[in-house]
Ligand binder design. Structure first.
Ligand code: URP
Ligand code: ZN
Length: 469
């Protein structure tokens, strides 16, 4: 008997699109039975009567170790489990001049603080021969997705030029991995931002005005062409605009899969937030766009053209956000909180509002990221043999959005004025109850690094049906 044994009794368990009345037995962290199950001797029993039992949520996009950001792996993962997220994928950063494989190993060690399982993407910041060679060792070490920044300004100098982007994508293709890029046109942003500052627009509204949808759509179109020429499947993180979606899915006769992720903040908020007195708190890149963009992103999620939702959790303390908020929007650090509110945002605005069903929520927020990132042998659904990652969920209760209700170290909330529904009454990670009702109850639990292997078939996630061209 281990402490990773648990019987979840009498819940309504999500299987595909269907809820079935069943018990779920987890032994040594793995699901061993679903149905009417007798509790083996000594196994703890968790009463799920009246609750939905959902697969643990997978957030494919967080920054818990980003310099200056409020949450490290410990705090970020506690916020994650309090919101029903049982697995996250963090970005290991190769800062300029660093050895890529050493950087990735250092981020794995930072992950030892996590209270739930995690995987890593690698951010590559150059295409030196030694870096391209190190990418092979990184893949051997279980990290198979590589992100490049097309912007330098907001990323602290991590941006790469198109030649570097292309060279890295070619190497990713050789290795059977997945390329990703932060797609915004740095030069156009610089030009527009300079003009805005000159004309006296210095607050967060300038951040939004300097990044119209064109900035994202142009970079996506360029990156998709480069990925196709390089032969690399391509994942677009934090897609924010309707134009960006059109650019992502245009059918150029390409052979690679192009997959889109959006973020909860793009689905829940519109660019009006930048006119608020605390508009700086919403500054991230790409910025939150107009209501029409939001509508297109929802449509894309509903019809499958957008495959995943990642929080892009990267919050900075209020003092840092406010420091230059009234003098120069270019100096407001970029990033917002989100891992803790991902599930309630999708439940409230997706399921409760009637846009899609619970099965769709589980596909978007658990199964799809598991499949795309090569974790579906372990994660992504409630099935015998998979990890015992579960959310015992009460859809009829409100989710607290005030900073005092949230576990992130951040001292403000971007959803304080939004009604969110759905309470993760208990979050189970590998058979252990790690959080109850927005509070972490098992701080000692240490998550494991999830090694992944290359060669995932991504064709089912490519939906190039928007425009022929
Ligand atoms: O503004 C953002 N998104 N900050 C986090 C880093 C990134 O660009 O993903
Ligand atoms: Zn990010």
């Amino acid at each position: 008997m281990t402490t990773r044994d648990l019987l979840v009794r009498g819940g309504r368990v999500l299987q595909g699109d269907t809820l079935i009345e069943a018990d779920v037995l987890v032994q040594d962290g793995l699901i061993t039975a679903i149905g009417e199950v007798e509790a083996p001797d000594g196994v703890a029993v968790e009463d799920a009567a009246g609750l939905l039992v959902l697969p643990g949520i997978i957030d494919p996009h967080v920054h818990f170790g980003w310099p200056g950001a409020a949450d490290d792996f410990g705090a970020g993962s506690r916020a994650a489990v309090a919101g029903g997220v049982t697995t996250f994928i963090e970005f290991a950063v190769q800062f300029p001049g660093e050895r890529l494989d050493e950087a990735v190993e250092a981020w794995k060690r930072m992950g030892e603080q996590s209270v739930c399982d995690f995987a890593l993407h690698a951010i590559v910041s150059d295409a030196r021969p030694e870096t391209l060679e190190a990418m092979g060792r990184v893949v051997d070490g279980g990290v198979t997705s590589f992100k490049m920044f097309m912007t330098s300004q907001h990323s602290g100098g991590l941006g790469v030029d198109d030649g570097t982007l292309y060279a890295i994508m070619q190497r990713v293709a050789e290795l059977g991995g997945l390329s990703m890029a932060h797609c915004e046109n740095d030069e156009v942003i610089g030009h527009l931002a300079g003009r805005l500052i000159e004309s006296g627009v210095v607050t967060a509204e300038g951040h939004s005005a300097a990044r119209p949808p064109l900035v994202e759509a142009e970079a996506i179109a360029r990156a998709v062409r480069l990925a196709d020429a390089a032969g690399s499947d391509f994942y677009i993180p934090h897609l924010s605009s309707g134009d960006g979606l059109q650019a992502a899915l245009v059918d150029t006769g390409r052979e690679v899969a192009v997959i889109a992720e959006t973020c909860p903040q793009f689905l829940a908020l519109t660019a009006d937030v930048y006119a608020r007195p605390d508009g700086a708190h919403y500054v991230m890149s790409p910025p939150i766009k107009a209501a029409e963009d939001q509508a297109e992103l929802w449509e894309g999620l509903v019809d499958g053209r957008v495959s995943t939702v990642g929080s892009d959790h990267c919050p900075y303390p209020r003092a840092l956000k406010d420091e230059n908020a009234r003098s120069d929007f270019r100096r407001i650090p970029n990033g917002v909180p989100g891992v803790e509110t991902l599930l309630p945002v999708l439940y409230t605005l997706g399921v409760r509002s009637g846009r899609f069903g619970l099965g769709d929520l589980a596909r978007i927020a658990s199964l799809n990221p598991a499949r795309i990132f090569g974790l579906d042998d372990r994660k992504g659904s409630i099935a015998v043999g998979k990890h015992g990652d579960l959310v015992l969920f009460d859809p009829g209760r409100r989710f607290g959005t005030a900073p005092s209700a949230l576990n992130s170290r951040i001292d403000y909330s971007i959803y304080e004025d939004v009604d969110l529904w759905g309470m993760p009454v208990a979050t189970v990670a590998r058979g252990r109850v790690v959080a109850r009702e927005q509070r972490v109850v098992d701080d000692g639990h240490r998550g494991e690094f999830l090694a992944r292997t290359p060669g995932v078939d991504l064709a089912p996630f490519d939906r190039r049906t928007v425009v022929a061209g």
